[in-house]
Design a protein around this ligand. Structure first.
Ligand SMILES: NC(=O)c1ccc[n+]([C@@H]2O[C@H](COP(=O)([O-])OP(=O)(O)OC[C@H]3O[C@@H](n4cnc5c(N)ncnc54)[C@H](O)[C@@H]3O)[C@@H](O)[C@H]2O)c1
Ligand SMILES: [Zn+2]
Length: 368
């Protein structure tokens, strides 16, 4: 098992990563919290694959365990589904001392976290991520949110978990497409901060699963994210680097309809585009652009976008039809392992690059 701590003053927490660790680590964390009631938030898919998993793991802990099962999918990451969590919490008489356990991927983690941050003005929660994406990214750092029809993750809050238990055995049932999508966020951490880590990933393959490699890679990925979050928890500056690939990624998810492409797939295409722009704008060397795009392409799915013109592109990026400044902060790469925030990048310039990108690489993103 590997462990690290996220050191935020007064809200520090441990992240444990390993194979077959849940049974020992989770009850200990629950006992440390001192609660007598745990509410597990999960979805129908996990409930079917791992019935009563958390309930069983906590069976000897002397705590009451209630399980709230939500429908599965990004299209349910909204206020309506969130209110089901609140209904459930009210029905089981949850109170300030109730501990929430998010058992699922990033969608469950984001919704359970948001519920924990708002129910009776905040209750503690633990993350038990079950997808590669949530192992390496969404379970760490305390961003929680639901989607609005007009914008991804637009309704949310910052709420750090009490503890994160990354049990690697759950990856055995994760479909290959989900694994690849999650790998994008892991590679992202190398691309923006740590060339050594990126090179380490180049020496291994994602499939078939190699748990020694995954434990190392997830540990290093969480460490990179944790250090960024420690320096800039609420994204005043530095943390925005973690949004590398997400400007286009979120646009793809919103425009195509939530759930059509996976978050990691959309972000992967967005990272490829951002690397392309970095090269075009003479920040990134050609050989590095080639290494990066060849690596990402191994995991990408072709994305097709219908009826996308400049006006829609602009609105989706700005989230505000009447915005005065038609500009965004866009994350570029200076080199492999170093990103920076390009303040006030004109959306029109990005659109020009995007059109060129789709003409050159229709197998990555195609406009229809
Ligand atoms: N909060 C953050 O900092 C942050 C960071 C990155 C992404 N996100 C969010 O995370 C979400 C994406 O997360 P995700 O990729 O985990 O998607 P997800 O939660 O939708 O999970 C993907 C699919 O895999 C299934 N699944 C989960 N665990 C499984 C397992 N062990 N075996 C088989 N199937 C399993 C799920 O039921 C779902 O169908 C997006 O909404 C994104 O916005 C948040
Ligand atoms: Zn992401």
């Amino acid at each position: 098992m590997n462990s690290l701590q996220v050191n935020l003053p007064g809200r520090e927490y441990d992240i444990d990563i390993g194979l077959n660790i849940l049974e020992k680590q989770l009850p200990e964390a629950v006992l440390r919290n001192g609660t007598d009631h745990v509410v597990v938030v999960t979805n129908t898919t996990l409930q079917e694959l791992y019935p009563a998993c958390i309930f069983d793991v906590l069976a000897d802990s002397g705590v009451r365990v209630s399980t709230c099962v939500l429908p599965d999918g990004e299209q349910y990451k909204n206020l309506e589904t969130l209110s089901l969590v609140f209904d459930f919490l009210m029905n089981v008489s949850a109170n300030r001392k109730t501990l929430l356990v998010a058992f699922g991927g990033g969608v469950i983690g984001d919704m359970a976290g948001f519920a924990a941050s708002t129910f009776v003005r905040g209750i503690p929660f633990i993350q038990v991520p079950t997808t590669l994406l949530s192992d390496v990214d969404s379970s760490v750092g305390g961003k929680t949110a639901v989607n609005h029809p007009l914008g991804k993750n637009t309704i949310g809050s910052f709420k750090q978990p009490e503890y994160v238990c990354i049990e690697l055995s759950f990856l055995k049932t994760l479909p290959s497409r989900e694994l690849k999508a999650g790998y994008m966020e892991l590679l992202k951490h190398g691309l923006i901060q740590d060339a050594d880590f990126f090179n380490f990933t180049q020496q291994h393959s994602l499939e078939p699963l190699d748990f020694d490699y995954l434990e190392q890679a997830i540990f290093r990925s969480c460490k990179i994210k944790g250090r960024v979050v420690e320096q800039d928890e609420t994204e005043k500056g530095l943390r925005a680097n973690l949004n590398f690939g997400h400007t286009l990624g979120h646009l793809i998810e919103t425009h195509a309809g939530y759930g059509k492409y996976l978050h990691g797939e959309a972000v992967g295409a967005g990272m490829c585009f951002a690397a392309f722009v970095s090269w075009r704008w003479k920040e990134l060397a050609q050989n590095e652009w080639e290494v990066i795009s060849n690596t990402l392409r191994q995991y990408l799915q072709p994305i097709k976008l219908e009826n996308l013109d400049f006006e829609i592109f602009n609105d989706l990026i700005l989230h505000d039809k009447k915005a005065n400044k038609q500009a965004v902060n866009f994350i570029l790469l200076k080199k492999l392992g170093e990103s920076f925030i390009q303040q006030e990048t004109a959306v029109e310039k990005l659109w020009e690059e995007f059109k060129l990108f789709t003409t050159k690489f229709p197998e990555i993103v195609e406009l229809e």
